[in-house]
Design a protein around this ligand. Structure first.
Ligand code: AMP
Length: 393
């Protein structure tokens, strides 16, 4: 029996959210619909999810001591990571002490680091991946490239959103790729993964939700990445039935191994009927923002439902849809979006402005969503809407 009480009372169901970006913001809103009390954490004040949460704390997310202090004070029913770079060792301890980490502390630890999840998928589960080698020094790096061959993709093992990632297409780029990986990663340099370049036809995120009734798959999400960062996604990605079946089998295997409840974004490369596993996030996925317009229950609503131990008997799909990230370039603490009214004139169009307090360099600040008769038409619609928007810094 699942019981949900009253916020700010002894019966409250409490969630501590580790990471307060745009994905956490939508997830918080979904939890609020159930009257869950949400406490949002991030390294800077006024982060998007903090703007809708009941309370928030600012702390370096890799600081296990501060994280533990907050958890012991708040005593949440669930600890839900929204980002990768968290003090995972502390989450492992807290889980042992009886706290409920979503989906599991093991899943969060393994996926924080590209090495953990790659070895689990390729070496333990026998799932097809790109060829790969790990390298901790420049010597090892050069040897790894010799073995893997060119072209290859280099990524810090502790990184996401394309930070420190590069593709080597000719030998002259080797030294530069090492430098980029050393400066672009989360942990300030260190080990990298060298992956054989996969010449895929297309790539997908197979959103997979583990809930009280079992495992459900969402329609596959196709997407385009620029410099390792997502710019556009659409749903459903058309797939040959054999490839879709293989993709679901891989997603089932990987998510079963990680365990727990919640949504997972399983990233796969598709070439013909071949499906190659890339990585998995045990949380909502940025490319999955398209589900805010394509489904009655978005990935955030599904995550909330799964986390709370509620069943998901069906996922109603509304039709072909697309999302387009609005990446703002420049330096400002007062970004303003103009012509929002013009951008929303076409039917079945939506926009989310994340309310991020600052941009310095480039930052995803909003997303445009559209539904249409085909994914191509939906993508064209998000482009038209985006072109109407003006951005002032
Ligand atoms: P990741 O951070 O690992 O998700 O990588 C970001 C993006 O880079 C992916 O979504 C792909 O578009 C591209 N990419 C990553 N690894 C490879 C690879 N081994 N071969 C080709 N493209 C890749």
């Amino acid at each position: 029996m699942v019981t949900i009480g009253t916020p700010f009372s002894p019966t409250a169901k409490k969630v501590v959210l580790c990471g307060s970006g745009e994905l956490g913001k939508e997830f918080t809103i979904e939890l609020q619909r159930y009257g869950v009390e949400v406490i949002a954490l991030d390294k800077y004040p006024n982060a998007p999810a903090m703007q809708v949460a009941d309370r928030s704390y600012v702390l370096p997310m890799l600081d296990g001591k501060q994280l533990r202090e907050i958890i012991e004070k708040e005593k949440p029913d669930y600890i839900v990571p929204e980002i990768e770079a968290i003090a995972t060792a502390t989450l492992v301890e807290l889980e042992k002490e009886g706290y409920h980490v979503i989906p599991t502390a093991k899943a969060v630890s393994l996926t924080m680091n590209r090495e953990g999840i790659r070895r689990l998928a390729a070496e333990e589960l026998g799932i097809q991946t790109s060829n790969y080698r790990f390298a901790a020094t420049e010597e090892e790096f050069k040897a790894a490239i010799q073995e893997i061959g060119i072209p290859c993709v280099v990524k810090p093992i502790m990184s996401s959103s394309g930070h420190g990632q590069s593709t080597i297409r000719k030998p002259e780029q080797i030294a530069q790729a090492w430098q980029e990986a050393q400066h672009g990663g989360r942990a300030g340099g260190g080990k990298v993964i060298v992956e054989g370049f996969v010449d895929f036809d297309y790539e997908i995120t197979l959103l997979t939700v583990r809930h009280s009734l079992g495992t459900s798959f969402l329609e596959p999400v196709g997407h385009i990445q620029i410099d390792g960062d997502y710019r556009e996604s659409w749903q459903p990605q058309a797939m040959a039935p054999a490839a879709l079946q293989k993709a679901q089998e891989i997603a089932q295997k990987v998510t079963d191994a990680l365990g727990g409840r919640g949504i997972f974004g399983v990233e796969l490369f598709i070439k013909g009927d071949e499906v190659i596993f890339s990585e998995v996030s045990p949380r909502p996925h940025d490319t999955g923002m398209v589900t805010m317009i394509s489904q009655d229950l978005s990935q955030f609503a599904l995550h909330a439902r799964a986390v709370l131990g509620l069943p998901i008997p069906n996922i109603a799909f509304h039709g072909p849809s697309a999302s387009r990230a609005i990446v703002v370039e420049g330096n400002s603490t007062k970004v303003a979006f103009g012509n929002v009214d013009e951008a929303l004139l076409e039917p079945n169009t939506q926009i989310r402005l994340f309310g991020k307090p600052e941009v310095s360099g480039h930052r995803r600040m909003a997303v445009v969503l559209a539904r249409a008769e085909s994914t191509d038409a939906a993508r064209a619609k998000t482009l038209r809407a985006t072109n109407k928007l003006t951005i002032s810094l």
